[in-house]
Design a protein around this ligand. Structure first.
Ligand code: GDP
Length: 297
């Protein structure tokens, strides 16, 4: 299960302070030392850990907390609030364009789960938002990726715009947007090419697609299992093309949680969805507060 180690350690630490009738600065200090270890062990970005510990400590030793009737519980609430804040506070909404069609670019490195997530997202937007999606097979370098998207489209009974491999990613995206207008498909989801590493060509290609019609969303798909690498990838993509949000996949695995807890703080971009399995319905909106509750028990 995801966050298992982190949850166990934080819950253990918190239990100690929760019932205390009086909390001293030394108690807070000791708790925060354990919280710090727990976060580092969960592969959270070091700078993020430092800032988190500083914020919680400052609030926890405040007069209003120390002199309250239930200081232990107050401290626990502060940890929960700040953990929620770390992951973005509110749940973030998806943006739809007033000018048809809405364009969503899916970007990311190979293997992160981009094509799978493209299908999941389309299915969810149709079901929950009543949208009419068009999937675009713009990963023209890998015939297998095109085939995979076609298979997903068939499985979900959703249209896939696919022109094989003899077309540029920009041209297929351009044609797809035109096609969507003609067919009154209101949401174009472009499955862009993934590479093994972040590189100049990839970024240029994404910028060229972006220039066709300003995308309403640019979702970066990253694999939660890759921890701090996922955070670095997010930072690179965000600096190069400006993402609007992150989809964190494979949260059904036993990830330690570092990516989930660091991405927002490092990139200032929210995690919008999480992938919870390989099936097409295994995509969930990301709720920072619920996630914090899950971790803290
Ligand atoms: P792409 O190269 O980024 O397009 O990656 P794919 O969409 O082909 O996904 C790579 C692998 O990860 C596939 O086997 C997917 O089934 C799997 N995958 C994608 N998302 C998830 C997820 O949320 N959980 C799990 N367990 N597997 C996932």
């Amino acid at each position: 299960m995801a966050f298992e180690g982190l949850a166990e350690r934080l819950q253990g630490t918190i239990q100690k302070i929760k019932g205390k009738g009086k909390v001293s600065e030394a108690d807070v200090k000791e708790m925060m030392r354990e919280v710090r270890f727990a976060l580092i062990e969960a592969d959270v970005n070091l700078k993020v850990v430092k800032e988190f510990v500083k914020k919680v400590s400052e609030r926890a030793v405040g007069q209003d907390v120390m002199q309250s009737l239930t200081p232990g519980q107050q401290v626990v609430k502060i940890v929960k609030d700040e953990l929620t804040e770390l992951m973005g506070g509110e749940q973030s909404k998806i943006e739809f364009s007033t000018k048809q069609p809405t364009v969503i670019m899916m970007v990311g490195l190979q293997g992160a789960g981009k094509t799978t997530t493209t299908g999941k997202l389309a299915s969810q937007l149709r079901k929950k938002n009543n949208r009419k999606p068009l999937l675009v097979a713009a990963d023209v370098y890998r015939p297998a990726a095109i085939q995979q998207l076609e298979t997903i489209g068939k499985q979900l009974s959703l249209p896939v715009f696919s022109k094989g491999t003899d077309i540029s990613p920009v041209e297929i995206s351009r044609q797809a947007i035109e096609y969507a207008k003609q067919e009154h498909l209101d949401t174009v989801i472009i499955d862009t090419a993934g590479r093994l590493h972040v590189d100049e060509n990839l970024m240029q290609e994404l910028k060229d697609i972006r220039a066709l019609k300003e995308p309403d969303e640019i979702f970066l798909v990253v694999d939660a299992m890759t921890g701090q690498d996922a955070v670095n990838v997010a930072q690179n993509f965000n600096e190069a093309i400006g993402i609007t949000g992150v989809v964190l996949t494979k949260l059904d695995g036993d990830t330690r949680g570092g990516a989930a807890l660091s991405i927002r703080s490092v990139t200032q971009k929210p995690i919008k969805f999480v992938g919870m399995g390989e099936k097409m319905d295994a995509l969930e909106p990301f709720h920072p507060e619920r996630m914090a509750s899950r971790i803290l028990g």
